[in-house]
Design a protein around this ligand. Sequence first.
Ligand code: AGV
Ligand code: CA
Length: 309
Amino acid sequence: MPKYLLMDHDGGIDDLLSLLLVLTMPDVELIGVSVTPADCFLEPALESTYKLLQLMGQENVPLGRGDYNGVNAFPAEWRARPEIVNALPLLINLPKSPDPYTYQSAPEFIIDRLMSAPGNVTVLLTGPCSNLVLALEKEPSLKDKIAEIVWMAGAFRTTGNVQMYQHDGSAEWNVFWDPISAQKLIAYELPLTLIPLDVTNHTPVTKSFLSRLASQIDYKLSNLTGQFWALTLDTIPAYHYTYFMWDILATSYLAMPEQFQVETVTANVSTRPPNAGQTYLDDHGYVMKIATDVNTSVFYDYLLTQFRQ
Ligand code: AGV
Ligand code: CA
């Protein structure tokens, strides 16, 4: 379990669920949260972030504002979700966040938070990695403050989840949004563990899980997270749009790495059509760890335990 944690997320429903999960972890000190405007619109997502911190009594955790936009935008229907979250009964009456334009811009924010931390910091990325890369380019000595980077990203021995013009479907969205930054990040060869689609494909959001969660609805967090997940169900009917425990699985890795099968590989990222953002194994690539499997029943049980609060 990491002691100091910095999180950069991109406002998807599972990003917000991941923030809640982090806040249930004992002994993890969250030293900052920055938001990337990828799978969200920035302002409502910062609002959701602030509200969740308040709900958990941790609104003192500082926030950073991601100003950088990647080259391949997410669909607008996906990006609009935090507006709905902010209107849920448990959140709508909480005080609104301060003006997000008073927050520090994410790269400077990340530099400040990491440099002033009393020890080395684990960085959890549940969206694209652009803010972290911008911070590393600005302040190369940041490397020495990073204990590990855990990133929900990539697809190695399975197909991707991007369906777009000029694309062959091999990429995962968090890499596709900004392939150049992804390429730069892996080239640093920092201690990097990817939680790619290869492993997240094993953990769909199922009705049976949601039903178990609903049976403990008297706990506030089970009630709220049940409502969050219900908002993802409109993606479930079509096979290609099944909602998975993408970011939540990556977040759980922090608490139970021993439940994952992890492989050390050499890999690279394509930055050009038709496979921009594809992560692929490559003997001449860069060293990283990738998760390939997880004990799914321990994982689902862990979520039910953590949200019994
Ligand atoms: O590719 C997975 C990433 C995760 O960080 N995101 C969603 C998770 O937050 C993008 C994404 C892929 N398919 C999606 C996504 C879908 N059907 N709806 C919303 N976002
Ligand atoms: Ca995400």
